[in-house]
Design a binder for this molecule. Structure first.
Ligand code: E4P
Length: 218
């Protein structure tokens, strides 16, 4: 499973990239607004830090506008992944952009039929939003399971499932158990994945016992 971080905060991205565990980055207009950064400058900086796919979302709502924004964003770096919304205009743009060899992430997916359409439009990634479905009283993880089953039914559907809107460490575990190809994870949750009190307790005990030996390894 690949790990993307879901943020436009360059400092967070630098710190997490240094762990060697980061495969990509997703941003969206809300995350860009939160960062207070110039969009294209932030994307350029992120693309230098992380060599994997970096999602940058178009703001236009019609295919022609999406295409011209996408071409502009694609000039920033080779690893820019164009993010388009799950609308017919977005899917038309997706088909054309992936046909030209660009990576496309179709975002705001809330049901399995939408994911099927994104895959048929040749999307590189489709992003089902788990947390927002849970917030609405639905089952976000059920959607991941359904999309996995559908994509596994048809060998010609090669779109990666990018589990998005992740709110808890359990979302990551469950998405991995189901077989989502990628999880895009907020920085705080990504850091929390490593935590277990018995790891901390065990390490403290080992270090205390090691100190008693009076030895050094180097
Ligand atoms: C994915 O690409 C989106 O940026 C993101 O996961 C949305 O998450 P949210 O529902 O927490 O805003």
């Amino acid at each position: 499973m690949k790990f993307f971080v879901d943020t436009a905060d360059v400092n967070e991205i630098k710190e997490l990239a240094a762990t060697g565990l980061l495969d990509g980055v997703t941003t969206n207009p809300s995350l860009i607004a939160k960062s207070g950064r110039d969009f294209k400058e932030a994307i350029a900086e992120i693309c230098e830090i992380v060599p994997g796919p970096v999602s940058a979302e178009v703001a236009a709502t019609e295919t022609a506008g999406m295409l011209s924004e996408a071409r502009e964003l694609a000039k920033i770096a080779k690893n820019v992944t164009i993010k388009v919304p799950l609308t017919f205009d977005g899917l038309r743009a997706c088909k054309e952009l992936t046909g030209d060899g660009l990576m496309v992430n179709v975002t705001l997916c809330f049901n399995a039929n939408q994911a099927l359409l994104a895959a048929k439009a040749g999307a590189t990634f489709v992003s089902p939003f788990i947390g927002r479905l849970d917030d609405a009283g639905q089952d976000g993880m059920l959607l991941i399971r359904e999309i996995r089953q559908i994509f596994d039914n048809y060998q010609d559907l090669t779109t990666d499932i990018l589990a998005a809107s992740i709110r808890t460490v359990n979302h990551v575990r469950e998405a991995a158990l189901i077989g989502a190809d990628v999880a895009t994870i907020p920085p705080g949750i990504l850091r929390a994945l490593i935590k277990h009190p018995l790891t901390d307790k065990g390490l403290d005990a080992f270090l205390a016992d090691w100190a008693k030996t009076g030895q050094k390894i180097v």
